[in-house]
Design a protein around this ligand. Structure first.
Ligand code: ZEM
Length: 294
């Protein structure tokens, strides 16, 4: 039947509506599977999309979200990717329902969906990623090491092509989710609302007092007031470093400015290393559940 249809209509070419359908399916699954972690798979989906993209190296053009090479052992087993199987498994039924979408387009679309469904800004999206074999896996060590500071952040994000302002805006994603001792060794959430995107990460960085947490785990910081929130050494580097701090201050004061810059930089992060055949004007903006309700 599929073959006969191809003859009359040509091969299936998914359009905006088809991707919006995939978006809606992911959004519905997010709502249904609310027993995970703090009540949402949203944060771990964002981390999956970021870890696909953040392997990009602008000098060699290797890495990035094209390929979905984290499906394979070398990359899937990198320490930085611990725990992301939960996100990949969550998306497996979506891939089965829409076999025409590549894993690499799906994982990034899931990141976009998660951000929007957690009340973040719209993130324009273009398809065009194709899945590649394990020979395209990137070497270990391309993602940031949370125990380090500003010099390391500039080296890692500079390799992707990002400047100080962009590093700070991207870090605002830590308003979402938490650290898990069995994944990274660190423990706890950054904010009191880890399933809603806000500028609270920046507000807490500047308004709270942070102290060294006394425990058996790796060096991390806790808020003096409740001792329930956390910051990584790389998070604290953003307020220690003058050039970073000016943007932390700006985003702490102005959620709209954060949302705008976050959308701009995440869109670029998610497109790193992708050989698109369509131009930037072909990007789509998907409707979220909040747009539909309005
Ligand atoms: Zn994260 N991140 N990240 N990050 N991240 C964790 C969790 C999450 C760093 C890092 O080492 C860690 C960005 C940048 C950086 C998210 C999104 C983005 C965790 C905890 C660590 C240790 C993992 C665990 O134990 O489950 C470092 C050093 C970064 C350098 C600045 C950027 C950029 C992100 C997106 C744009 C998200 C959403 C999480 C929460 C995941 C979850 O499962 O809750």
């Amino acid at each position: 039947f599929a073959k006969a249809e191809e003859k009359t209509k040509g091969p299936f070419e998914p359009k905006y509506e088809d991707y919006q359908k995939v978006y809606k399916t992911i959004a519905k699954l997010l709502e249904e599977k609310d027993e995970y972690d703090d009540g949402s798979y949203g944060p771990v989906l964002v981390r999956l999309a970021w870890h696909c993209s953040g392997t990009y190296d602008k000098e060699t053009g290797t890495g990035g979200s094209n390929g979905a090479t984290m499906r394979f052992a070398p990359e899937g087993d990198h320490g930085a990717n611990a725990g992301l199987k939960a996100a990949r498994d969550f998306l497996e039924p979506v891939k089965e329902a829409y076999p025409w979408i590549s894993y690499s387009d799906l994982w990034i679309l899931a990141g976009v969906t998660a951000i929007q469904e957690m009340q973040g800004p719209h993130i324009p999206y273009r398809p065009g990623r194709s899945d590649r074999d394990l020979s395209f896996c990137t070497p270990d060590g391309r993602l940031p090491d949370a125990s380090k500071e500003q010099k390391h952040l500039r080296a890692i994000f500079g390799r992707m092509g990002f400047n100080d302002q962009e590093i700070v805006a991207l870090s605002g994603a830590h308003a979402l989710g938490r650290c898990h001792t069995d994944r990274s060794g660190f423990d706890g959430p950054w904010t009191f609302s880890p399933t809603t995107l806000t500028n609270d990460y920046f507000k807490l960085l500047v308004e709270e007092k942070w102290q060294n947490k006394k425990w058996n785990g790796p060096k991390q910081f806790e808020d003096v007031t409740t001792k329930t929130l956390m910051m990584l050494p790389t998070d604290m580097a953003l307020v220690k470093d003058k050039s970073f701090k000016q943007y932390v201050d700006k985003y702490a004061r102005d959620n709209d400015a954060f949302f705008k810059d976050f959308s701009d930089v995440v869109l670029r992060l998610f497109e790193l290393g992708v050989p698109f055949t369509q131009g930037e004007d072909a990007r789509w903006t998907f409707k979220s559940s909040f747009d539909e309700a309005a």
